[in-house]
Design a protein. Structure first.
Length: 166
């Protein structure tokens, strides 16, 4: 009798089928690259907004208008409230490079349009059709957006990333 070494063709086919099933079920969990990209971009935008609001505050402090709550002052064309960019397009919206080309954004007046409570929401233009890019309800419905809210106590703005739908 000969000593047989190796696998039969049937054993190899079964092993390949099992590996294929595992790959089909496990790969999407490991390769969810687009969601990670959206999340990373939102956090990058958050960092940019944080730094820009601090730069604007520093410039306001140098001009002695960091405590101005009239809402009529501007720093280099950016509307401020209490030294930080306002929570609208003329404020924080003016600090976002290529806003109209890449982002869907608008002021959320459902929360409030009062000084200290203004809120600006931003998502990816890829998440919405261009004709709905200023619709706050649709932006928030993506559950993949950034919220910039003025701080009514006078401190730094509150910037939150909502990424459960990315």
């Amino acid at each position: 009798m000969r000593n047989k070494a190796g696998f039969t063709l049937m054993e190899l086919v079964i092993a390949i089928v099992i590996l294929g099933i595992l790959a089909a079920t496990a790969a999407p969990k490991f390769l969810n690259v687009s969601s990670d990209t959206y999340r990373a971009k939102l956090h990058e935008l958050k960092g940019s907004m944080t730094e820009m609001s601090r730069v604007i505050y520093g410039k306001a402090a140098m001009q002695g208008i960091e405590n101005d709550i009239t809402g009529n002052k501007k720093i280099e064309g950016i509307a401020i409230w209490n030294g930080y960019p306002k929570g609208n397009y003329s404020g924080i919206g003016m600090t976002i490079v290529e806003l109209d080309d890449n982002w869907a954004a608008n002021q959320d007046i459902t929360i409030s349009n009062q000084p200290g409570y203004r809120t600006y929401v931003v998502t990816f233009l890829k998440k919405l059709p261009r004709d709905e890019s200023d619709n706050v309800a649709k932006i928030k419905a993506t559950n993949c957006y950034l919220r910039y809210k003025e701080n009514n106590t006078g401190g730094e703005p509150i910037i939150t990333v909502i990424d459960s739908g990315c």
